[in-house]
Ligand binder design. Structure first.
Ligand code: ATP
Length: 721
């Protein structure tokens, strides 16, 4: 019942005889190699060396010298000289040498030589593993290997995660020399079932310190018997690190141990010490004063520096948001100049760009924060954006495509200013902006004329021009909307600024802030459309925008930030903060049409304010003291009145008693004395006090005074019977 050769399906089974022959061939090959190796090891070192040399000499004729000199490898470098011999003897080597000293060849040559000696073939599988800490380094090593191993028949592979795992897994077992990064190697060790390194002859770690730092510790999956070559620009002898790699009596080669520095001697190293500001200006001047230069920069150069004459700002990395994009792009197309920006995007980034360029909030926030001149200043572009804005309004925008909300490509607004008008505006804005930037006041009258070499008439003319220019601009702004065609297209055009801006006045600046797409690679815009469709509808966005616009407007009308107003008892509104200027000088200053702060005048104004405040304070204190004095007097009078009343009753009684000693008139207040004490006070004050006596009390006062006079007279001229 067993299977016969003729039985169905026997064709699918491998021929056992053939398989046995294949296995026998491979086995005898291995045995032969092992025998050779054992024989070699038994021989003294000198004999092995001599045999190797004589073998090489036999091959001299075969060596194509041109092939080697083509790579300009004429003399071996120090690290190559000191490590190649040791590596060829099968020793573990730890080699350290300066950067650029030729370490790559120091391990690639022994790698190939070792496999060549073993007559390694593709059927032998993985023989050498070269691990580099970074993809770029691995790629570089692979390139050199391809170059120098051109005449060998070994298969080599680069595994750095550039291809998908399955693709790599299918090919990994046919590779003799594998150049890889640690992460990807460990992934294959874990996930690729067919991957094994059981016959590994040599393990090479390039930039060993970094490779170990990156956590390459998994040497368990590698066979115990293998040679290890470690190379680095800095020597590491950390016992812990080396124990992890289970080195056997390693040879340490530190080529530049005695060197004063670990950088190449041919490297001319310079440094200068300067302040941050100076540092920036040095680099800035160097760049801007070169006729043709390329500046590679991070985003630190994206905001601020004004680089005149820059034609291109290619953006290699995708900007993280619209603001970053705007700032980067703003380094070109400065004052009156054309410029172009190019975004280099991955397909995934294209979607991101689409999202943030169609995101209204980004632009809304930006535009409502800063006016154009402020925005220009923040970018360090002076008046350039204003000019650019006008130029763009003026330009025939055939090439400039604007993305609408629905991602339709539409043309922007019709031109409304002439070249001359733009130029006039430029001169005007330039002057204003330079005054602002200097932070000083604008030169007036004679000074200004002297500085500009202009006559009185010219000065007047200039001022008229300014007014005229402002009028023109106002008209230009006003005329843009009616110039639009009354079609559905026009409706779309109107809605474009709404996409980003929510205030009417900002619509004027919309063109400046609007993002324009040059579809350089001819990407299919439909993709963006589907993306857009998932977002809220245009009408709902518009509605929300209108609502927020209204609430924002009403807020702006009703409230002023950081302003405190309180009501007095009299119903007056008083601004508490910021403090109002009260001195009379303020009106005169307001008329001064300066662009900046006049420090002298401001100082004078502050002194005036100070004086005014002191005077006000003095008055307040005086009034308070007067009030207190009046209260005291009132209390005294009350007491006197009470006393006088009691005395009056007593006097009346004494009048009938006829007793001289019973009453002392001196206890009564002396009206004259009282009067003299008040002399120091003003006439007004006396009147005030008098006014404070109620009318009935004044009568009493008069009665008491009369009584006293009579009493005195009676005392001096007693009536004798
Ligand atoms: N024997 C040689 N003769 C001439 N040029 C050589 C020789 N060996 C290497 N080079 C060249 O020297 C340059 C630096 O070599 P390599 O990259 O191997 O240095 P390295 O020590 O690995 O530097 P790093 O530490 O920066 O990686 C390369 O351009 C290489 O082609």
């Amino acid at each position: 019942m067993g299977k016969t050769a003729d039985s169905p399906g026997s064709g699918a089974q491998p021929d056992p005889l053939q398989s046995f022959n294949r296995w026998k061939k491979k086995y005898s090959h291995r045995q032969k190699k092992k025998k050779q190796l054992r024989k070699q090891l038994k021989k003294p070192k000198w004999q092995v060396g001599c045999e190797g040399i004589s073998r090489l000499m036999q091959n001299y004729e075969k060596i194509n010298v041109n092939e080697i000199t083509r790579f300009s490898y004429r003399l071996v470098t120090e690290i190559q000289k000191q490590t190649t011999g040791l590596a060829l003897q099968g020793k573990d080597v730890l080699g350290a040498a300066k950067t650029g000293s030729g370490k790559t060849l120091a391990f690639l040559v022994p790698v190939q030589e070792a496999l060549y000696r073993l007559q390694w073939t593709s059927t032998d599988g993985l023989g050498v593993l070269i691990i580099s800490p970074m993809r770029e380094l691995a790629y570089q090593n692979f390139e050199v290997l391809q170059k120098v191993g051109k005449n060998h028949g070994f298969s080599a592979g680069l595994i750095i995660g550039a291809k998908d795992l399955k693709y790599e897994a299918e090919r990994i077992n046919n590779i003799n020399i594998l150049v890889c990064t640690p992460g990807r190697l460990l992934q294959h060790m874990d996930e690729t079932a067919s991957f094994h390194a059981t016959d590994l002859q040599m393990l090479v770690l390039d930039e060993v310190d970094r490779t170990l730092d990156m956590g390459f510790t998994d040497t368990e999956n590698l066979p115990k018997k293998h040679q290890t070559l470690l190379f680095s620009a800095t020597q590491t002898k950390s016992v812990k690190d080396l124990a992890r790699l289970s080195l056997k009596n390693p040879e340490y080669v530190w080529v530049h141990k005695k060197a004063k520095c670990s950088t190449p001697a041919t490297l001319e190293q310079n440094y200068i010490v300067c302040e941050q500001q100076q540092k920036m200006s040095c680099f800035y001047n160097e760049f801007v004063h070169n006729t043709a230069a390329v500046l590679f920069a991070t985003d630190s150069a994206a905001r601020g520096p004004d680089f005149p004459g820059v034609n291109w700002t290619p953006q290699f990395d995708c900007p993280e948001d619209a603001n970053t994009y705007i700032h980067r792009a703003g380094r070109t197309a400065g004052y009156k100049e054309d410029g172009e920006t190019l975004l280099i995007l991955l397909a995934s980034e294209k979607k991101k760009i689409g999202i943030f360029f169609s995101s209204r909030s980004q632009f809304k926030r930006n535009s409502s924060k800063l006016s154009i001149p402020e925005y220009a200043l923040s970018l360090g572009l002076a008046v350039a954006p204003c000019i650019r804005f006008l130029q763009k309004v003026q330009k025939q925008p055939i090439k400039e495509l604007v993305m609408s909300q629905a991602d339709e490509v539409i043309e922007s607004m019709a031109p409304s200013l002439t070249e001359d008008e733009v130029e006039e505006f430029r001169v005007f804005s330039n002057e204003k902006m330079s005054i602002l930037l200097k932070g000083g006041k604008r030169l007036k009258g004679a000074e200004h004329r002297l500085a500009n070499n202009t006559s009185d008439e010219e000065q007047e003319e200039e001022e008229d021009d300014e007014e005229e220019m402002e009028e023109k601009l106002a008209k230009a702004k006003g005329s843009q909307a009616p110039s639009l065609p009354n079609t559905s297209e026009a409706q779309k055009i109107k809605e474009v600024p709404m996409q980003f801006l929510d205030r009417d006045e900002e619509e004027e600046n919309a063109d400046f802030l609007k993002v324009k797409w040059h579809n350089v690679f001819g990407f299919d815009l439909k993709e963006e459309k589907t993306l857009q469709k998932k977002e809220p509808s245009k009408s709902s966005i518009k509605k929300n925008s209108d609502q927020s616009c209204r609430s924002k407007k009403s807020n702006e009308e009703n409230f002023k930030v950081n302003k405190k107003i309180t009501g007095t008892d009299e119903g007056e509104l008083v601004q508490q903060w910021p403090q109002m200027q009260k001195s009379a000088i303020k009106d005169a200053e307001e008329d001064d049409d300066t662009g900046g702060i006049n420090l002298d005048k401001a100082k004078g104004r502050l002194q005036e304010e100070d004086k005014f405040d002191k005077e006000e304070y003095r008055k307040k204190i005086k009034a308070k003291h007067q009030e207190e004095r009046l209260k005291e007097r009132e209390a005294r009078r009350e007491a006197n009145k009470r006393q006088a009343k009691a005395k009056g009753e007593e006097e009346a009684f004494l009048d009938w008693n006829d007793d001289d000693d019973g009453f002392d008139p001196s206890t009564l207040p002396d009206p004259d004395k009282y009067r003299s004490s008040e002399d120091s006070d003003s006439e007004d004050m006396e009147n005030e006090i008098s006014q404070m006596w109620p009318t009935n009390m004044l009568h009493l006062k008069h009665t008491i005074s009369t009584l006293i006079v009579f009493f005195k007279f009676w005392k001096q001229n007693p009536v004798t019977s």
